[in-house]
Design a protein around this ligand. Sequence first.
Ligand code: ATP
Ligand code: MG
Length: 317
Amino acid sequence: MDKKYDVIVVGELNVDLIFDKLGDKLPEVGKEIFANEMILTLGSSSAILAANMSTLGSRVCFIGKIGKDSFADLVLTSLESKGVDTSSIIQSSEHKTGITVACSYGNDRAMVTHPGAMNHLTIDDITTEHLKQAKHMHMSSVFFQPGLKPDVAELFKRAKEAGLTTSFDPQWDPNEKWDVDLKELLPYVDVFLPNIEEIKFMTGTKSRDEALESIADFANIVIVKDGENGSFLWSKNEQINQPIFTNPDIVDTIGAGDSFNSGFLSKFIEKQPLKKCTEFGALTGAINTTSAGGTTAFSSINDVKDIALNRFGFEIV
Ligand SMILES: Nc1ncnc2c1ncn2[C@@H]1O[C@H](COP(=O)(O)OP(=O)(O)OP(=O)(O)O)[C@@H](O)[C@H]1O
Ligand SMILES: [Mg+2]
């Protein structure tokens, strides 16, 4: 039977309020400074992934928790404008929608986050009926979801038992504890998508090869993302070194990892060969760097096709 969705994304949701053009002054207690530009936009790595997969043609449903406030409306309308199904997003009147306030200084940002409702998503919010509607489950940012973190292996086990393929991008741990048991989790994860620093911290190792060796007995497919050095796919039967598509005019790399995941997974769920999946992930990662933030370059599939052809000489058919 055909499923309603290609992908169910379980993840954190928040808005970003970014202050820019602050001059060289930092905010100080008892003083006030001007930001000559600001943007209020949908944040969160999971949302970037969901939005970009939808633009690339997948049918995407999101499960997350937000408040019942005007920031919640921004989250919902932004995802809906990208074609993401928001009917399973839970709105809680007890909690506020998460927000990150960022002050931009050159390429760096000073950030303050109130996680709000995203702290309170739990495994009980994700039913087998939800899971059975999709072919694939993706989860990002486990360390931003303390309500779900203790049960993450159980969630992936349930997804596998419901017949889904699965993927997991840990993202950074702001507490730097890296306390997810990979031995318990990874047998249920078809594609593990950390970056190089994340996999080293999670395995307590010092290099990519040591990290991969330490999880080889229980991991399935692992992709280690490494910025301008490209990515490396490891599985028992196949290893792929995937270089980047070079972009001489980078605007910023915010969300490149999520856009890589979007491209990779959109081919993976079509059961394309892994080489095609990694190549497409590298392409969408590079497309991400042609505009500001994680979703601007993915405004429509036709724009994505234009950028792919004109900037990277790649024809998307
Ligand atoms: N400067 C760049 N030029 C071209 N491609 C890039 C660039 N930076 C990243 N990419 C592509 O995107 C992929 C993922 O990027 P990266 O390694 O930064 O992931 P990440 O650390 O998970 O990022 P994020 O901060 O978005 O979570 C890279 O493997 C590469 O293919
Ligand atoms: Mg990442």
